[in-house]
Each structure stands twice: as C-alpha cells, then as structure tokens.
Design a protein around this ligand. Structure first.
Ligand SMILES: Nc1nc2c(ncn2[C@@H]2O[C@H](COP(=O)(O)OP(=O)(O)O)[C@@H](O)[C@H]2O)c(=O)[nH]1
Ligand SMILES: [Mg+2]
Length: 436
C-alpha cells in the first residue's frame, strides 16, 4: 500500500529535549491541520504551533511541512518537533493514528523514497549503514554510498554491457543491415574478458574493505602458556581471560572486540594447542580448530625464551593462511621481528604492524567500493555468468550469448534495485529502524 498515510516516532523513544514524529502520504497536510492550530500548510517552512486534542493543548511544537517531490519520501510529509517526553510523544502519535494514519513499518519511509525513485537501492543500503555506523570508517563509507558511489562504480560497466547487448540485438533482429557492426563471438570475447576482470577486482576490493570496515575475525593461537590470554587482555585493556602459569587454563573461547586506530579486530583467545587426555581441554582444542577455520587472520604467539619443534610445526601448518607471528615475553628474551611483552601491556610493535598491514585496505575509503554483503553477493553472481561465458563463448550461438549476458546485466541492475522484486525489497527494508 503506497497511498495510505503513515506515521512513526523517528527519534529514540526516551526522555530528551525534543522528539520528532513523522507523517508521510496524501492526507499528511489535512491531518496536521485537524490536530493542531495550524491554519495553512506552507511547504518547506517551519511553523510554530500547538497540538490540540478535544480543545485542549497537548504540546507546543514546531511543524515542518515538505511538499511532494521535496521531501524524504517524495510524498507530502510533516515532521512534528515536540517536547521529548515519552508520554507526550506517544500522545501525538496516537492522535495521528486516530485520524487515520497507519503506523509505519521499520524502514518504510526509506522504502517509499526508493519506490518513488528518489534514491536507488544502494543508497538505501547506505542510509541504513549510516544509522548503524559505529566507527569513523563505517560512517564515511556510508556517506559515500549515500552520494551515489555504487552507481558511479557500476555505470561504466553497465553502459558498455548495454551497448554490446543492443548491438547483438540489432544483428539478430535485422540481419539484412549489413552495414551494422557484426557482433561475432570473436568481437564479443575481449569484452567478456575485460568485464570479468573488472568484476573480480570489484569483489576483491570490496572484500578487503569490508574486512577493515566490519572487523577482522582474528584468532590468537599457540602452545599452552605462551601468553595468548595475556595478549587478549592487553589488547582489550581489561582482564577478560583468566591468566595463570598452569597449562590448559583457557578452555572456552574468550571473545572481545578492539578498535585500533582505523581497524577493528574481533578477537578470539583459544585453548593452547597440545596433546592432552583431559576431556574438557580436548573439547576446548576442538573449538580452537573450528575458530581457526573461520578466521580472517591468525595471530600465532610464541614464547621468545622457549621456542621448540611444536612451534615450528604450528608455523608450518598455517604458513598459507593470513597470519602474524608474535614473539611474546620479550622482557625475558629478545628475538624475532614483532616483539611484545603481553604481561607488561607492551604491545605497540604488534598494533603498529597491524595498522600498517591493513593501510592499503583502509585507503580504499577514498575509492568507490561495493558496500555490503548483498551487493558483493550479486556481483559474484554476475561474475559467475561472465565466467561461464568465457568457457562457452567460442562455440556458443549468438542468441545463447545474449541470454547469458542479459543475466549478468540483470544482477548489476539488482545491486541498484533497478528491477526490483517485492520480497527482496521487503526483506531489505525490514532491517531499518522505525521512523526511518
Ligand atoms: N615474563 C612474562 N611472562 C608472561 C608474559 N605474558 C604472559 N606471561 C605469563 O605466562 C603465563 C601464561 O600466560 P597466559 O596468558 O595464561 O598464557 P596462555 O596459556 O597462552 O593463555 C602466566 O604466568 C603469565 O603471567 C610476558 O610478556 N612476560
Ligand atoms: Mg590462555
């Protein structure tokens, strides 16, 4: 239902100086006049007035009216800035409901902005990302998205695909026009190869960027007693994991999140890796291996004063995974490249190394990059089509090429929401906050 009038409280529902109640739809202007002393609704101006119920003043407010085409939703919209008490705000919302407004679903205002063509889906993604941003890099990347970064990124690729598609169509529909460029498979193939490379690059950059933006899943592993739990505590600046000199102290995975300058680590401290008959410790070690499988980054901790064959085995086993080797207990003996003393919270060499390691990925903030899982998944499907085409292109008939290419193009449209499916749209907007 797009033509009913919706309303919601758009600010957090708790005591504060001001709350905003929003209303959007055909009856917004007539309803505000019914419940206030506003005589006329002048678009794009803030009016001072009172909300009135049964002749009684409920609140002194500021009312903003936005005309069709100049509002967040592209519909007639009213925002009531009222006093921020929970009780007053709810009274005003109830009045709107009594006058025939429907309570908006989460994200419904933004959904209308999209359905009315003011923003594309990637920009709707960005609004949600901005509301939920917890770090500078998340907020900055959302703002980029809001300013059309995804459309900028995809447009050259989509334009070129459209050109090739339409030339193939012309060839098929009007074979008699021999003057037209003939799109043989030989002509098309270099395009496919180029697009394939572009799609691969977009996915690769997006995945690297999402790592620094959303947090790097990091496991801390090593033999018992090398100082893994001490390192977790030093990074978190809090005594979260139990530290003792007894081997096998840590059994459960201990988790924590730490922000270092521009990166976020989702840390997991694990049970020390060793042969053991102890039942609970065995379960802990099994969990450690699961965590290692899922991690983006492995920090292997060594005890500088006590490096042996077991450590070398560990280094050998994970040499092909993204990993960092840390030499702990440098207060006892100095060796290795990254030297720390977790016990004394002396870990700057590790944190500096981490910031350097991800600097190139952090710098992607200045580029247009796909922003989230939804967009990356669709680009992967597009790439999948292109991959298949490179396999078949030499022998495929032209009408088959065109079908595959249309599929690939269709996935790119979906990133921007150009051809939308109702369920996808509902699913996406349901993650929004109320009143957004
Ligand atoms: N001298 C010294 N001892 C440390 C250091 N880090 C940890 N330890 C000690 O090593 C023992 C084992 O530490 P713990 O963090 O529990 O190791 P884990 O088993 O790998 O989690 C404890 O007695 C810690 O106090 C360090 O940097 N220097
Ligand atoms: Mg431990």
């Amino acid at each position: 239902m797009l033509n009913d009038t919706i309303c919601a409280i758009s600010t957090a529902l708790k005591d504060g100086a001001i709350s905003i109640v929003r209303m959007s739809g055909e009856d917004a202007f007539s309803i505000i006049k019914e419940i206030s002393d506003l005589k006329e609704t002048v678009p794009n101006r803030i009016a001072y007035g009172h909300i009135i119920d049964n002749g009684e003043i409920i609140d002194e407010v500021l009312i903003s009216c936005f005309g069709k085409g100049h509002s967040y939703t592209c519909e007639d919209m009213v925002e009531i800035n009222c006093h921020g008490g929970v009780y007053v705000t709810k009274m005003i919302l109830n009045l709107l409901l009594q006058k025939g407004c429907r309570l908006a679903e989460p994200g419904e205002f933004t959904k209308r902005a999209y359905l009315n063509g003011r923003i594309d889906l990637s920009e709707a993604d960005a609004i949600n990302d901005l509301v939920r941003a917890e770090s500078d890099i998340q907020a900055r990347s959302a703002i980029r998205g809001l300013n059309g970064s995804i459309e900028r990124l995809l447009t050259p690729l989509m334009d070129e695909m459209k050109d090739v598609l339409s030339m193939i169509e012309v060839n098929i529909d009007y074979p008699e026009y021999e003057d037209e460029k003939q799109m043989t498979n030989d002509v098309i193939k270099p395009y496919i190869l180029k697009w394939q490379k572009q799609a691969q690059e977009m996915i690769e950059k997006a995945e690297r960027f999402s790592l620094v933006k959303d947090g790097i899943d990091t496991v801390i592993i090593g033999k018992p007693n090398v100082g893994k739990s001490s390192l977790l505590n030093a990074l978190l600046e809090q005594d979260k994991a139990i530290v003792t000199d007894i081997e096998g102290t840590t059994r459960d995975l201990v988790e924590g999140k730490v922000r270092l300058k521009d990166i976020t680590l989702n840390l997991i401290d694990t049970a020390g890796l060793r042969e053991t008959q102890e039942r609970i410790e065995q379960i802990g070690i099994a969990k450690t291996y699961e965590a290692i499988d899922k991690a983006d980054l492995i920090i292997i901790v060594l005890d500088s004063a006590n490096i042996d064959e077991k450590d070398k085995e560990l280094l050998e086993r994970y040499k092909d995974r993204d990993h960092i080797v840390v030499y702990n207990k440098s207060d006892l003996k100095e060796t290795g490249e990254i030297r720390i003393s977790a016990l004394h919270a002396d870990i700057a060499s590790l944190t500096d190394y981490l910031n350097d390691k991800y600097q190139e990925d952090i710098d992607l903030i200045d580029e247009d990059v796909l922003n989230n899982e939804r967009q990356i998944a669709l680009m992967k499907q597009c790439l999948n089509e292109l991959d298949q085409m490179t396999v078949h292109i030499d022998e495929a008939p032209l009408d088959m090429v065109i079908t595959d290419l249309e599929e690939a193009y269709h996935y790119l449209c979906q990133i921007l929401g150009k051809e939308y499916q109702e369920d996808l749209i509902d699913h996406m907007f349901r993650n929004f906050c109320l009143g957004k």
